[in-house]
Design a protein around this ligand. Structure first.
Ligand code: EPZ
Length: 440
C-alpha cells in the first residue's frame, strides 16, 4: 500500500534514539552466506524492504531464509541454482553482490545487470574487471552477466576507477577471491566500514584476509568456509541523518548504538558550523543543534571522506544555514535530483556543474514533495521538520528501503510526523459518462 509521510514543522527534537543496523553492511553480508553450506545467522539486521528483497533473491538461489526480530537466518540447502532474475535484481543494485559469492563457491553465476537509478550512471565495469583478473570467464549478454570460474587463480588487481574505489565492487571481488586458489591482492579497495565488517565476517568464516579497511586487501584462497553467527554493525548513515535532525531543530539528542569512529568526518565537518558533539560511553553520541547554523563548503569523497549518502541530508540543513554554502559530490556528480524538491519548499539552491550553490533561506514552507531516492527522501523529511506548516513527502517506498521506521524514531524525539495511507486518486476514466463511479 503506498503511503506518504506528513510532517508538521516546528518541533525541537530532544531525547534518545537507537540507531539500527547498517543496510549497506547487511546486504553484502547476506550475499556472503552463499560461500558456505549450512546456516548463517545475522543479528541486528534493520527491517528494510531491501533486506526482505535480498532474502527473496537468496531463496531463489537454493537458500531457505527467515527474518524476524532483527535476525536473518540463511540456510544454504541447495547449491545448484546460480541465476538471480532481472525482476528482482533490477529493484536493488546491491543484489549484484551475490555474483562474487556464487562465482567463488559454485563457480557459476548468472546475474542481471543492475538497473540505473537517479544517482546517475552506475556501471559494474570494475566488478567485471576483478572477476576477469581472477581468471573467470565473464560475458555480458542481453542484460545478463554470465560468469564461470573453473580455472580461477589468485591475481594482483587494481580495482579503482575514474570515480575512485567501488564499495560493492570490492565486496564482490573479495568474496570471489576467498575461495580462489592462490594469493589475491586487491589494490584501490574501498575502505568503507561496511567493507571492513564484511572482511570481519569472512575471516570468522575461515577466510584468510589482511588489510580490511585499507586500500590494499591481501587474500589467500582457502578450500572451504563455514557458516557463522554474527552481528551487523550500526548504520553510520542513519546516525548522520539523526545528527542533522537534531542540528536543524536546535535539538538535544543522544544517539545510542553508534560507532563514533565511523562518523569521524561527519563530526569534524559539522562541528565547524556550530553543532556540538559529546561522546557518551562507547556507543552513544550526544548532539546539540545551535541557534543558527553556519554555511559551509562540503565535498563528498570515498571513506574516510564525507559520505555521499549524507549529501542530501546536509543540503536540507544548509538550505537554512546563514550565508552561502557549496556542496560538491565527487562520488556521484549527478546526485542532485533533490534540488528542485527543496526549492519547492522555499530553499534557494542552484546547480552549477557538479556543485550546488545554496543561499541560506530565512525559512522553508511546507508543501507536497517527492522523494527521488532514499537519502533525498530522508532529506525532505528533515526539511519538513523545520518548515512552516505541513510537508507531505511522497514516494515513501524509497525511504523504507534504507530507514527502519523513520517516522516512529522521529516521533519518539518529539517530531510531529505521521505515516498516512495514500488513497488512490480518482481519475476521469474511473467514472461513467453520466458521472457514476465505475464498478471496481
Ligand atoms: C555503495 O554503492 C552504497 N550501496 C551506496 O549507498 C553508496 O552511495 C556508494 O556505495 C558510495 O559510497 C551499497 O553499499 C548497497 P560504488 P555502490 O560502486 O557500491 C563508480 C545508499 O544510499 N563505479 O562505490 O554501488 C560509481 O559510478 C546507497 O545507501 C564505477 O565506475 O557504489 C560511483 O561513481 C546509494 N564502476 C563510484 O564508482 C563500477 O564498476 C562509487 O560507486 C562501480 C562503481
Amino acid at each position: 500500500m503506498p503511503y506518504k509521510l506528513v510532517v508538521q514543522g516546528g518541533a525541537e527534537l530532544n531525547g534518545r534514539v537507537t540507531i539500527s543496523g547498517a543496510k549497506n553492511a547487511a546486504l553484502p553480508m547476506m550475499a556472503a552466506a552463499i560461500l558456505a553450506k549450512g546456516r548463517t545467522v545475522l543479528r541486528n539486521v534493520p527491517d528494510l524492504s531491501d533486506v526482505r528483497l535480498m532474502c527473496e533473491i537468496l531463496d531463489g538461489l537454493g537458500c531457505e531464509t527467515s527474518f524476524e526480530n532483527g535476525v536473518v537466518i540463511i540456510d544454504v540447502v541447495d547449491e545448484t541454482p546460480v541465476a538471480a532474475p532481472y525482476e528482482l535484481v533490477s529493484e536493488m543494485r546491491a543484489s549484484f553482490c551475490v555474483l562474487g559469492s556464487l562465482l567463488g563457491r559454485r563457480k557459476r553465476a548468472e546475474v542481471a545487470m543492475p538497473g540505473g537509478c537517479v544517482l546517475g550512471v552506475r556501471p559494474v565495469d570494475l566488478h567485471i574487471k576483478g572477476f576477469k583478473a581472477l581468471g573467470a570467464e565473464v560475458e555480458v549478454d542481453a542484460g545478463n552477466v554470465r560468469a564461470s570460474g573453473d580455472k580461477m587463480r589468485g591475481a594482483h588487481i587494481f580495482l579503482g576507477g575514474s570515480m575512485g574505489p567501488s564499495v560493492t565492487g570490492t565486496c564482490n571481488v573479495l568474496t570471489a577471491a576467498t575461495l580462489t586458489p592462490g594469493v589475491t591482492i586487491i589494490e584501490e579497495a574501498a575502505c568503507e566500514p561496511e567493507v571492513q565488517h564484511l572482511v570481519d565476517m569472512l575471516i570468522a568464516m575461515g577466510a584468510k584476509i589482511q588489510g580490511g579497511g585499507t586500500p590494499r586487501l591481501v587474500v589467500e584462497g582457502v578450500k572451504a568456509l563455514k557458516a557463522v553467527d554474527c552481528d551487523v554493525p550500526p548504520d553510520r548513515i542513519e546516525a548522520g541523518t539523526f545528527i542533522v535532525a537534531a542540528a536543524m531543530t536546535r535539538g538535544d539528542v543522544v544517539l545510542d548504538n553508534v560507532c563514533v569512529e565511523h562518523l569521524g568526518c561527519v563530526i569534524d565537518r559539522f562541528s565547524k558550523i556550530g553543532i556540538e558533539f559529546e561522546r557518551e560511553g562507547q556507543t552513544s553520541l550526544r548532539v546539540r543543534g545551535p541557534e543558527q547554523l553556519e554555511a559551509m563548503d562540503l565535498t563528498t569523497l570515498p571513506y574516510p571522506g564525507f559520505p555521499t549518502d549524507m549529501q542530501a541530508q546536509s543540503m536540507a540543513m544548509l538550505s537554512m544555514a546563514k550565508g552561502i554554502s557549496f556542496v560538491c559530490d565527487k562520488v556521484y556528480p549527478d546526485r542532485f535530483m533533490h534540488i528542485p524538491e527543496f526549492n519547492r519548499m522555499g530553499a534557494n539552491i542552484r546547480k552549477e556543474g557538479n556543485i550546488a550553490i545554496i543561499h541560506g533561506a530565512d525559512y522553508l514552507s511546507g508543501c507536497p514533495v517527492k522523494a527521488t531516492d532514499l537519502r533525498a527522501g530522508a532529506g525532505l523529511v528533515l526539511a519538513g521538520l523545520v518548515a512552516r506548516g505541513k510537508t507531505e513527502v511522497l514516494a515513501v517506498n524509497y525511504i523504507d528501503r534504507g530507514y527502519d521506521r523513520i517516522e516512529e524514531k522521529l516521533k519518539g524525539l518529539g517530531a510531529n510526523i505521521e505515516r498516512v495511507e495514500l488513497i488512490p486518486r480518482r481519475r476521469r476514466t474511473d467514472f461513467t459518462p453520466s458521472g457514476r463511479l465505475k464498478a471496481a
